[in-house]
Design a protein around this ligand. Structure first.
Ligand code: FPP
Length: 234
């Protein structure tokens, strides 16, 4: 059953906006952090699945620049989950030859978490079996402004290829497909430059409920889409 129905035309890069953890918990009369905990399990399962079926680049929106304005105990529980995730699953990622990349400014994260993240990046840097790109304290407007300021300082005009190299995603292909769970149909400051021609898929499914079956349905939907990148059909 596992490898049935894998579409031929897979995206090279799929990005997930993992929304709905809080509502998943609320429906079960659980604290929001229980939803995030379940969300991490789902992330691990789905990201592994993507690599296993042959998608080489996977991005996730794990913590936005706006998320730090949530109540401190929720922010702390997310930090704790991140520490646990990297501690428990780094060996799995290394075993699978996955390279970990972070996009965002983690300078304000607790030192212990920053050290764990730096260790994951360092240990996996030369891995070539897939790239797991995690957005942490990330916002696309911040990312673009950061790149513009570097460009201004360098005093040179840039083309799109050179500008792309100043983004956190330097050397990663743009996402072919962005999936957002939780029922909202928006990008919420996620990879705004890189998503210019991405296919978008919105589902009401809450992130912790996201399944392999739904992943395959979305990939099948993607593979049937005609991507023209602004050109006319030949
Ligand atoms: C959105 O749900 C989800 C988040 C703000 C956090 C998502 C993060 C994870 C699943 C994992 C953490 C990352 C790592 C790398 C371990 P929400 O809380 O906004 O849900 P709601 O809209 O139902 O309230």
């Amino acid at each position: 059953m596992k490898f049935n129905n894998i579409p031929k035309n897979l995206p090279s890069h799929v990005a997930f906006i993992m929304d709905g953890n809080g509502r998943w918990a609320k429906k079960r009369f659980l604290p929001r952090k229980a939803g995030h905990r379940e969300g991490v399990k789902t992330m691990r399962r789905i990201v592994n699945e993507c690599f296993e079926i042959g998608i080489p680049f996977v991005s996730v929106y794990a913590f936005s620049t706006e998320n730090k304005n949530r109540p401190q105990d929720e922010v702390d529980s997310l930090f704790k989950l991140m520490e646990e995730y990297f501690t428990e699953f780094l060996s799995e990622l290394l075993e699978k030859n996955i390279c970990v990349r972070i996009m965002g400014d983690v300078s304000y994260f607790p030192e212990s978490l920053r050290n764990i993240i730096a260790d994951a990046i360092k240990k996996s840097a030369s891995n070539s079996g897939g790239t797991f790109n995690i957005a942490l304290n990330y916002g696309a407007r911040d990312e673009i402004l950061r790149a513009v300021n570097v460009a201004v300082q360098n005093g040179k005009q840039l083309d799109t290829a050179a500008f792309s190299k100043l983004l956190y995603t330097a050397d990663l292909p743009d996402p072919d497909l962005v999936v957002r769970t939780g029922g909202e149909s928006r990008l919420s400051n996620f990879m705004l430059y890189q998503c210019a021609y991405s296919e978008l898929f919105f589902t009401k499914t809450l992130w912790p409920d996201f399944s392999q079956k739904l992943l395959y349905e979305i990939l099948n939907d993607y593979s049937a889409r005609e991507r023209r990148f602004g050109k006319v059909k030949p």
